[in-house]
Write a protein that binds this ligand. Structure first.
Ligand SMILES: [Fe+2]
Length: 185
C-alpha cells in the first residue's frame, strides 16, 4: 500500500477523496482525534476489500498509542505535521505488550506509514502542527479463521518499563484511559 500510494501526487488524492468537502465534517474535539469515512472512488481492477477514513485533530491532540490484530492499515499525512512513532510488537503478555521502537520521525504532508500484524504493529501520532489530518486505508479480517475481524490494543507507552536491549514493557489500558493520558498533550 505504501508503494502504491507513494506514486499518487497528494493534490490528486485530496481531489479524489473530496478532502475540502469532508474537512468541515471533522469536529476537531478538544481531547482527542475525530474521524469520518472518506469514500474512495472506484478504480478499475482494484478490489473493494478495504475501508477509507480521514482522521483530523487540533494541534497537540493525538491518535493514541495502540496496536491492532488481524488488520493492516496505511496512513498518509494530508495536512499539518505529526510526531510519528511505531513499535514492533515483540511479545503479548496478559497485562502488557513488549515493544521495540521502530519508527520515530516527523511526518509531514505526503509522508506514508503502515501497520500490520507482521511489522510496526503499534503506532502513535501526535499532531505537532495543526489542524492535522491523515488519510487511512484499512484492511481487516486478513485471517478469517481468527474469529474476529480486527482488534485494537491500547498501551501506556509513556509509563512503560524499560527492559534490556531497548525493549519496552507497556501496560495494556482501555480506550478511556488512553484518551485521558494521550488524547491531548
Ligand atoms: Fe491504528
Amino acid at each position: 500500500m505504501e508503494e502504491l500510494f507513494a506514486r499518487v501526487p497528494l493534490p490528486d488524492l485530496l481531489r479524489a477523496i473530496d478532502f475540502d468537502k469532508l474537512k468541515p465534517g471533522i469536529s476537531l474535539p478538544d481531547d482527542r482525534a475525530d474521524a469520518v469515512s472518506a469514500p474512495f472512488p472506484e478504480v478499475e481492477g482494484m478490489p473493494r476489500r478495504f475501508g477509507t477514513k480521514i482522521f483530523g485533530m487540533q494541534q497537540g491532540r493525538a491518535i493514541v498509542p495502540h496496536g491492532h490484530q488481524n488488520m493492516a492499515s496505511m496512513h498518509l499525512v494530508l495536512a499539518g505535521e505529526f510526531h510519528l512513532r511505531h513499535f514492533e510488537r515483540v511479545e503479548d503478555q496478559s497485562e502488557h505488550l513488549v515493544l521495540r521502537p521502530s519508527i520515530d520521525r516527523v511526518s509531514k504532508p505526503g509522508d506514508l506509514s503502515s501497520i500490520s500484524d507482521q511489522r510496526d504493529n503499534v503506532h502513535w501520532l501526535v499532531a505537532t502542527r495543526g489542524p492535522a489530518y491523515t488519510f487511512d486505508l484499512i484492511v481487516v479480517g486478513l485471517e478469517p479463521d481468527r474469529g474476529f475481524d480486527w482488534k485494537m490494543d491500547h498501551v501506556d507507552i509513556g509509563g512503560a518499563e524499560r527492559l534490556n536491549g531497548g525493549l519496552l514493557r507497556a501496560r495494556r489500558i482501555d480506550f478511556d484511559e488512553a484518551i485521558r493520558r494521550y488524547g491531548k498533550s
